[in-house]
Ligand binder design. Structure first.
Ligand code: ZN
Length: 558
């Protein structure tokens, strides 16, 4: 059944049942409806969409569905040249077996086995990767002038292999060490993410960048780091001023320890040195890395879908609300023989939230500022749809007031609090607190900030472009559920992560209690309405790694 018909029917039945008039219609239009959220998820998580993998028929059907829904809601096309979409040219790369890689220490080869010792891949559209270069140990590899920290000094990485420690310099620092507190303590900063390290290596012209894996500091085990050996996805970029490194990946901690020992270094000692602000990158004496690899590359296209609700007074000032439409497609059969990984919560429910906010805002009085509704592709392949947009935005990032993203919501009923991801980053957390207070709820910071979820969803490419962001991601911490409290909230996360996350089990469930999700979506709607009728530009807080880039464009926001 089409959604429009569903709503009319439920409205009609509401009239018949309780015999109320126009106020009921307005009430209905101004609320996030759990039934609608459920119906949208049921549709998108059905087999018709085959797990919504980009570049597949199911992915294309998803794009068609989203366009139809936005169109029916009466929104304007918000994509490129008056259309609904923003095309994202993508590549899928696979380093072929056998993948020949080795360290050479003092003339002696130490072969590296893909998946066992190393997980190396490429985001370059190349046929082969031949590297034979010295290895530079760059410590944590942070270049953070705002923290008065530079691990690189005078070193030249051009054509070389950069070897990184995972996380940032104060993750493991003791309170009396000089690094303590310089990078948010246990909270991971962007400098701790592999994505940053690969980008910094590319900016400095390195041929390859490898991060030494450690389970606690990475936030996940080697099994996750090496789950798709040699495989990667990337956006094809027309702008090749800073091409990515040729080879990137993880080095197993045991392989790194063995390498250092054979070259006369002690990895534990190097970790301590790298936590010192005086540390500077250096070339490992007598050590080189060599690879001789064949790469297969597939090109394919996918699309972000964008819809616009133009503002009445300041249409060039935009609020963005977003979720990702893609999921994990079809995989190995589970015990029940299911092969589709339907991504019902991750992130069809987020998409349903975006559509519901669109419906309610469109039905309400016009806002002064514009709202753009974005459904991103290829999030699961590395935040690629949103990254492609941030690189080549349709609406200038300088005039994008905020990006509000939904990615995995609570399906266990109403909650007394909402979980904040990335505490201390921007003034939007104060907006969130006000909106929550109006619902009689509070804000609780995420319970595992060291996992760096703030850097692992589609809001992040916007943040990197300077746009203040808010993310609701229920796996960041257990909510204080009305039914069962924090313990029940934590249990919900354990069940979801343990059984369903990225698996066939992330399916639509008629027993979901979506009242908590509706509460959270309503928070975003309130914030958009509030900012949409003001001239306020929420700022990054001091200490945020994104404050500097936003301030560069302060002049256009007078
Ligand atoms: Zn997701």
């Amino acid at each position: 059944m089409r959604l429009r018909a569903l709503v009319i029917l439920s409205l009609v039945s509401a009239f018949v049942a309780v015999g109320i008039g126009c106020e009921a219609v307005e009430e209905e239009a101004s609320r996030i409806e759990t039934e609608r959220l459920s119906a949208i998820v049921r549709e998108l998580a059905s087999d018709k969409y085959e797990g919504r993998a980009p570049g597949t028929p199911g992915g294309r059907r998803t794009v068609e569905y989203l366009i139809e829904e936005f169109d029916e809601l009466g929104l304007e096309p918000g994509g490129v040249e008056g259309g609904w979409t923003h095309e994202v040219p993508l590549i899928h790369t696979q380093i072929e077996a056998p993948a020949v890689m080795q360290f050479v220490v003092g003339g002696e080869a130490q072969p590296l086995e893909q998946k066992l010792d190393i997980e190396a891949s490429t985001v370059r559209a190349v046929d082969s990767i031949a590297i034979n270069a010295p290895v530079i140990f760059v410590g944590f590899g942070a270049y953070a002038p705002e923290r008065d920290w530079d691990d690189y000094g005078e070193i030249n990485l051009e054509g070389k292999v950069a070897l990184y420690l995972v996380n940032d310099p104060d993750f493991a620092a003791k309170p009396d060490e000089p690094a303590a507190g310089r990078f948010g303590n246990r909270r991971m900063t962007y400098y701790g993410r592999w994505a940053y390290k690969f980008e910094e290596a590319a900016r400095r012209g390195a041929a390859a960048a490898l991060v030494i894996h450690e389970t606690e500091a990475a936030g996940y085990g080697w099994n996750v780091a090496s789950s798709s050996p040699g495989e990667n996805y990337a956006v094809v970029s027309a702008d090749a001023t800073t091409p990515p490194v040729m080879l990137q990946g993880w080095l197993h901690e045991d392989a790194a320890t063995a390498l250092m020992r054979s070259a006369g270094y002690d990895l534990d000692e190097l970790r301590i040195q790298a936590r010192n602000p005086d540390f500077e990158a250096f070339e490992l004496d007598g050590v080189s890395f060599a690879s001789d690899l064949s790469v297969s590359v597939d090109h394919f296209e996918s699309s972000n879908v964008l819809a616009l609700l133009p503002g009445e007074a300041h249409p060039d000032e935009l609020l963005m609300v977003a979720a990702h439409w893609d999921a994990y497609g079809v995989g190995e059969p589970d015990e029940q023989g299911r092969t589709v990984r339907p991504g019902a919560n991750d992130d069809a429910l987020g998409i349903a939230g975006v559509l519901e906010i669109a419906r309610v805002l469109k039905a309400g009085p016009p806002l002064e500022r514009s709202v753009v509704f974005a459904a991103w592709t290829a999030e699961e392949s590395g935040l690629l749809g949103s990254a492609a947009y941030a690189r080549d935005p349709i609406y200038p990032l300088e005039k994008t007031v905020a990006n509000l993203s939904l990615d995995i919501l609570n399906t266990a009923g109403p909650a007394r609090d909402v979980i904040l991801v990335g505490e201390g980053q921007s003034e939007l957390e104060d907006d969130l607190a006000r909106a929550a207070a109006a619902q009689g709820r509070t804000v609780t910071p995420e319970s595992l900030p060291e996992n760096g979820l703030f850097y692992r969803a589609d809001h992040f490419p916007m943040a990197r472009g300077g746009v203040p962001v808010l993310l609701i991601m229920q796996i960041a911490g257990g909510a204080d559920l009305v039914d069962g409290g924090r313990q029940a909230g934590d249990q919900w996360i354990e069940d979801y992560i343990g059984n369903c996350y990225h698996q066939t089990c992330d399916a639509w469930d008629p027993d979901w209690d979506l009242r908590g999700a509706a509460q959270d979506i309503e928070l975003f709607r309130t914030i958009i309405e509030d900012l949409g009728n003001s001239r306020r530009w929420p700022q990054w807080k001091s200490g945020s790694e994104f404050k500097a880039i936003r301030e560069q464009s302060a002049g256009v926001r007078q």
